[in-house]
Design a protein around this ligand. Structure first.
Ligand code: P6P
Length: 335
């Protein structure tokens, strides 16, 4: 089928055969994420009316309890994945522990676990800045039909079978990979369909944008300080441009299209940085590598890090391959 105007549904059907586990469950899982994203998108877009509709903790004009959007998003994603009887477990930034999903039939055959940050950057909603949902999918490693275990979630990023994000920006996009490249789909809200708008997305090998919260500069490791100064130096194609939205999905998406590097390093204030390995760094690292980019903690490939706990944090450097390697070079020199 010509790629022009191809819908997400048509794309999934056309590419299902290329996915090594063609049980159809993964396609149904992506479809459930697509549905939840539409529902959350509708609510996120209304957020600007919060003064009329009531802020979290209030009751809106219908007398319904107004929920915090990240709590709302969390519930919607869990609900759609549960209702469709596809996954056997879900871990979320909004949940202390993982959730076991038992299907209606006792001996359910669900093979997948999903780890999700339902609304990353949600503090930006009040100032009308784009936010995102990030998801990571693994096949379970414990026996099918038994209750899911923590080890099903504590898998290295190299085991991911799918990962992606939804960016609720000037337009709403679903960007995902199943290990065969990265494709971006834009939602047409008028008809509720996603269309293939960014086929085969790739990070430019080089870029001129660096994204980091320079307010933490004095707390950064020396190698990061030196790399930031390198970006700012008048030499060759530098100084680079500093762009930091404070929303990982938005900074990542812009850098993948234009070329750039995103850094959330460790610091004297946060010994492992801020971002979570399992539902932020691993999925973004999978996407980055599938788009010819790179993702590390400054020394180790993100997807090789052996997880030890559900909500563990890691330093995160991700983006155009040559920029990440230059930052790693500075890190190696001084650490
Ligand atoms: P800071 C949002 O809270 C987030 O997890 C990422 O989306 C974003 O890049 C980062 O934290 C912003 O953190 O400390 O710079 O405000």
């Amino acid at each position: 089928m010509s790629q022009r105007n191809q819908t997400l549904g048509e794309f999934i059907i056309e590419n299902q055969a290329s996915f090594k586990y063609t049980s159809g469950e993964l396609s149904r899982l992506i479809n459930s994420i697509r549905l939840a994203a539409k529902v959350v998108n509708h609510e996120v877009n209304k957020a600007g009316l919060v003064d009329i509709l009531g802020a979290a903790g209030d009751t809106n004009v219908q007398g319904e309890d107004q929920q915090k959007l990240d709590v709302y998003a969390n519930e919607k994603f869990i609900q759609t994945m549960t209702n469709r009887n596809i996954v056997c477990g879900i871990a979320s930034e909004e949940e202390d522990d993982f959730i076991t999903i038992n299907s209606q039939d006792e001996n359910h055959q669900n093979k997948y676990v999903v780890l999700i940050d339902p609304l990353d950057g949600s503090s930006n909603i009040d100032v009308n800045v784009s936010v995102g949902t990030i998801f990571s999918v693994f096949r379970r490693v414990t026996p099918v039909g038994t209750p899911v275990q923590l080890e099903d979630f504590l898998q290295k990023g190299t085991n991911q079978v799918a990962a992606g994000y939804i960016i609720y920006g000037t337009s709403t996009m679903l960007v995902y990979t199943t290990g065969d490249g990265v494709n971006g789909f834009t939602l047409n809200p008028a008809i509720g369909s996603y269309y293939l708008s960014h086929p085969d997305m790739k990070f430019p090998e080089d870029g001129r944008i660096y994204s980091v919260n320079e307010g933490n500069y004095i707390h950064f490791p020396q190698g990061i300080k030196d790399y930031i100064k390198y970006c700012q130096m008048e030499e060759g194609d530098r100084p680079y441009t500093s762009r930091y939205i404070g929303s990982l999905v938005s900074d990542f998406h812009r850098n993948m299209i234009k070329g750039g590097i995103y850094m959330y390093p460790k610091s004297s204030k946060a010994s492992n940085g801020k971002l979570r390995l399992l539902y932020e760094c691993n999925p973004m690292a999978f996407l980055a590598e599938q788009a010819n980019g790179k993702a590390s903690d400054g020394f180790t490939r993100i997807m090789e890090i052996e997880p030890t706990e559900l909500h563990q944090r890691v330093p995160f450097i991700c983006g155009s391959k040559n920029m990440v390697e230059k930052a790693e070079e500075f890190m190696r020199k001084t650490n």
